[in-house]
Each structure stands twice: as structure tokens, then as C-alpha cells.
Design a protein around this ligand. Structure first.
Ligand code: CIZ
Ligand code: SF4
Length: 302
């Protein structure tokens, strides 16, 4: 059944001049049919660089929006429109505007996990891959970082002179991991290195041997001679870690590291959107133009 669907998807891809992009948190079956697999930044850049007319973005809503912001002339399809990111919805544009009004002259840095409307009222966007590098430009300035408090706290601790005000948002999946669970896993696999995503709780981040974005964690396991890892981010990344290394062992830090929104994409939905050209991402022109400013500045600085 899957083989037949995959063949039909391949055919439609040619007919539509489409590419399939899949985030690292997607199910293996989706990653395996993708033309590009990556984090939201790499995928948005791939969307921009491709000659394809149609982009099927297998990920969550804010990621497809970011691809549309960068490639407004292309058609961006999201196989499941209801695939959101609860963290991105923990702030709206009114909250950002209120902060700016209360703090004249202050800037706002938004995580890519935010709506286009929030990006439109922010000064610069960052992803977990480029956040540290970009944050260095803003050391010593009054600035709000939204919406991921954990990543913001990590940046404040890492970048000298950086004092970001933080919005109290978080990713429930990463933030819910407790230090006690980490201790149990480290006792179970004493030879493993603990590698975690900065969206995890600061107490967990402080215990890690290495902290990085999905791309950062993947690069790390490929480069180091170490053989065993406890992985503190969404389960989907294990698929590429296993495919791209040999003789290495990966243990997920918790079996609750499973994002139900990321897992809403399946082969049937990919087929449906390609067949019917449905679930097109549309962003109001003025919002798109303003959001482009924050995203383009990120691309320039990273
Ligand atoms: O930017 C991304 O793709 C996200 C949400 C996480 C990561 O670390 O790659
Ligand atoms: Fe959002 Fe967390 Fe899912 Fe990433 S893993 S899409 S931050 S809910």
C-alpha cells in the first residue's frame, strides 16, 4: 500500500514540478520520501533555492509560513493545516506591540517558532541553529526574546553581555523532561553522552555534555568518536542519526519526546495536497512584507 502511494506521489511531483521538504521531527516514512530533510532554516533556504513551483512542507504551520515568507512566488502546501506548534501560539502580535510600547526603543527577537504575524512585528528572527551567533550582535541592548523562555535563558548564559527579556513560552515536549529522568537514563547508560536541545528545561540543559539544535545534534554525533548517546530532543531526529552514522547507539531521553503535531503528516495527506493542490499557505501581503524583514535580516546575519 505504501509503495503504491509513494509511486503516485512521485508521479504527481513531476506533474506539478514539486519538491517535498521534511523536518527532522517528521515520521521516518515521510523523511524517506523527501527531497530535502532538515531543520526549519535549512528547509526554508532549500525552498528558496529550488526551481520547483510547488513546495510540500512536511512540518508544522509556522515552518510552512516561513518558507512562504522567503519564497512568496511559490505555492507552499502543508499536508495537514491543523499541524500547529503550541509554543508558537503562546504569544501573539498584540503582546509584542504592547512590549514595544512599554519599552520605547527596545527591540524584539523572535524564534522561528512563531506566527507570521509575530515575525511581522519583530526586528529579527532566529532559529536554534543560528540564535547564538545572531544574539552576539545584540549584547548590551534592551531586547525581548519570544516565545521560548528556555532557549532565551540558554542564550543569556552563553553570550557575554546579553540580557534578553524573556517571554514565558515553552515547548511542552522538551520542557517536560525532568532532571530525575535524566539521572535515571545516565545511570542506565553510563557510557553515553547526554546531548540535548536548548528548548529543554535549563536544569536539564545544565546536565548535558552537548547542547544544540537538531542540526547541531546531528552534526555532533557524526563528528565525534563517541559511540553512545542519550538524545534529548524529538524522536524523529533518531532516524537521520541512525542513517547517517555507523556502529553508534542512540537512546531517546524519554519516550514522551514525541510531537503529535509533527506526526500529523502521513503519506495519504501528502498525496492529497499534491493531487488537489489544497492546503495552500496564504499570508496577508502587509504581514508577509513585514515578516520578510525579520527573516531576511536573520539570513544576512547567519
Ligand atoms: O528550527 C527548527 O527546525 C526547530 C524547531 C528545531 C531545531 O532545533 O531544528
Ligand atoms: Fe512545537 Fe515542540 Fe512540536 Fe517543536 S516539538 S513543533 S516546539 S510543540
Amino acid at each position: 500500500m505504501n509503495d503504491l502511494l509513494v509511486k503516485e506521489i512521485e508521479k504527481l511531483k513531476v506533474e506539478r514540478n514539486a519538491v517535498i521538504l521534511a523536518h527532522y521531527y517528521q515520521s521516518p516514512v515521510i523523511q524517506d520520501i523527501a527531497d530535502y530533510i532538515g531543520d526549519s532554516l535549512a528547509l526554508s533556504i532549500a525552498a528558496q533555492n529550488t526551481d520547483a513551483d510547488v513546495i510540500v512542507f512536511c512540518g508544522v504551520h509556522f515552518m510552512a509560513e516561513t518558507a512562504k515568507i522567503i519564497s512568496q512566488n511559490k505555492t507552499v502546501l502543508l499536508p495537514e493545516l491543523d499541524a500547529g506548534c503550541p509554543m508558537a501560539d503562546m504569544i501573539d502580535s498584540d503582546d509584542v506591540v504592547a512590549y514595544k510600547e512599554a519599552n520605547p526603543g527596545a527591540k524584539v527577537m523572535c524564534y522561528v517558532n512563531s506566527t507570521a504575524a509575530v515575525k511581522a512585528v519583530s526586528d529579527i528572527c532566529v532559529t536554534s541553529t543560528n540564535a547564538m551567533q545572531i544574539a552576539k550582535h545584540y549584547a548590551g541592548q534592551k531586547m525581548l526574546y519570544v516565545p521560548d523562555q528556555n532557549l532565551g535563558e540558554y542564550l543569556n548564559g552563553q553570550v557575554e553581555g546579553l540580557e534578553l527579556d524573556l517571554w514565558p513560552g515553552h515547548c511542552c515536549i522538551h520542557n517536560n523532561i525532568k532532571p530525575e529522568q535524566v539521572e535515571l537514563m545516565c545511570a542506565k547508560y553510563p557510557d553515553a553522552l547526554l546531548i540535548v536541545h536548548p528548548e529543554c528545561n535549563p536544569k536539564v540543559v545544565a546536565m548535558a555534555d552537548y547542547v544544540g539544535s537538531t542540526q547541531g545534534l546531528l552534526n555532533y554525533v557524526k563528528q565525534t568518536d563517541h559511540k553512545q548517546f542519550i538524545v534529548g530532543t524529538e524522536v524523529g531526529i533518531l532516524h537521520q542519526m541512525e542513517l547517517q552514522t555507523e556502529g553508534k547507539e542512540f537512546h531517546l531521553l524519554s519516550d514522551r519526546l514525541w510531537c503529535k503535531n509533527m506526526k500529523k503528516t502521513d503519506l495519504n495527506k501528502v498525496y492529497d495536497v499534491l493531487k488537489n493542490m489544497t492546503n495552500q499557505i496564504e499570508i496577508e501581503k502587509s504581514v508577509l512584507e513585514s515578516a520578510k524583514y525579520a527573516v531576511n535580516l536573520m539570513l544576512e546575519l547567519s
